[in-house]
Write a protein that binds this ligand. Structure first.
Ligand SMILES: Cc1cc(-c2ccco2)c2oc(N)nc2c1
Length: 159
């Protein structure tokens, strides 16, 4: 059987505080104008959780003081050989004030105002579970970065 390509590990960190979500608006480069949680690649030698904290500090300028792993999302793409494994974290307390950088503007949203039309196509499926405080596991098959073909999603045992 063809050797499986190990998944690319990524983190996705979303503060959910006082009933509001903090998302980052990409100001330039890949995905300009799109909104997402904060995150990126897990580097060699760092734990997934340490990577999540680092990304939140680098991208939003705040330090997570209460954070829980709440989701595991697997992605595979028709146009990429390597699958992606995204670890989603909910931050309920952070220290500091969110900072706008030249790359990213942090913006607070009411749950019913999340701009799904300017977000990854998988988000509209799992955000309801995230907002309900659930833990979840999902698998998403993308044709390319913008085209979601099919997905499965389950609530998981409490994180
Ligand atoms: C394939 C993929 C990757 C990411 C991602 C962002 C940061 C780290 O991984 C996603 O984020 C969302 N919301 N959907 C996503 C799909």
């Amino acid at each position: 059987a063809p050797a499986a390509v190990p998944p690319k590990l990524l983190t996705l960190v979303i503060p959910f505080i006082g009933g509001q979500l903090l998302l980052g608006k990409k100001l330039r480069g890949f995905g300009e104008g799109y909104f997402n949680g904060f995150g990126g690649k897990v580097e060699l030698g760092e734990t997934i959780e340490a990577s999540a904290r680092r990304e939140l500090l680098e991208e939003a300028g705040v330090t997570a003081t209460a954070m829980q792993h709440c989701g595991l999302l697997h992605f595979h793409f028709d146009d990429k050989p390597q699958p992606w494994e995204v670890h989603v974290f909910r931050v309920s307390v952070f220290e500091g004030q969110p900072v706008t950088t030249d790359e990213m503007a942090p913006i607070w949203f009411q749950p019913d105002q999340v701009p799904f039309d300017k977000m990854w196509a998988d988000d509209i499926h799992w955000y309801p579970l995230f907002l309900a405080g659930k833990a979840f596991v999902g698998s998403f098959h993308f044709k390319d970065t913008h085209t979601l073909v099919e997905h499965t999603l389950q609530e998981a045992a409490a994180a």
